[in-house]
Design a protein around this ligand. Structure first.
Ligand code: SF4
Length: 195
């Protein structure tokens, strides 16, 4: 077997989704192979597999969120079980429930207090569109106030639907599609044009 083929077989797969990983591995002859990757790719792989959710639960959808964190659905399987109730310690805002106009400034304040990079899942019909509350006092979609990465439909969404939403967000982080990543890319592009 050619040395190149043997080397290819030994490529580490410790970070799924990242093809090139910086690593060193002993060959049978004692030598080492080195693989390179971009720092951002490695960071994204770490971030998407260690999301820390902040549940902004205002109504029934929050009950569904609780079931997702419990043992039956076990959000820990996707690395996102470390729920925090401080925006300063969270990077995933899950809005689960009806948001009234009175609560909107609170939601915006919490979002602004989260450090970047941060992501948002809008869970349920109420958070996504106001749901059946076609009323003057209910926000008709939280994206009127904060950027949303993933919308999870349903009233309430099933636990499986929320899990799918988390996995979709992970896919987006891995491919640079989140609002935060797009903003950073746009800023870099604008800066390069100005140079
Ligand atoms: S979408 Fe349905 S289940 Fe969720 S908060 Fe609104 S009314 Fe409740």
């Amino acid at each position: 077997m050619k040395r190149e083929d043997a080397t290819r077989q030994l490529l580490p797969t410790v970070v799924p989704g990242v093809r090139e990983v910086g690593a060193a591995e002993r060959q049978p002859d004692g030598s080492q192979i080195f693989l390179t990757t971009r720092w951002e790719k490695l960071l994204d792989a770490a971030r998407k597999n260690s999301l820390w959710p902040f549940p902004f639960g205002t109504a029934c959808c929050a009950i569904e969120f609780m079931s997702v964190v419990m043992s039956h659905y076990d959000l820990a399987r996707f690395g996102a079980e470390v729920v925090r109730f401080s925006p300063r310690q969270s990077d995933l805002l899950i809005v689960a429930g009806t948001v009234t106009d009175k609560m909107a400034p609170v939601l915006v304040r919490i979002y602004e207090q989260m450090a970047e990079p941060k992501y948002v899942i809008s869970m349920g019909a109420c958070a996504c569109t106001g749901g059946f509350y076609r009323a003057y006092h209910v926000v008709q979609g939280i994206d009127e106030f904060i950027p949303v990465d993933v919308y999870v439909p349903g009233c309430p969404p099933t636990p499986e639907a929320l899990l799918r939403g988390v996995v979709r967000l992970q896919e987006m982080i891995g491919s640079g599609e989140t609002q935060y990543q797009r903003n950073v890319a746009a800023q870099k592009a604008a800066a390069s044009v100005g140079e």
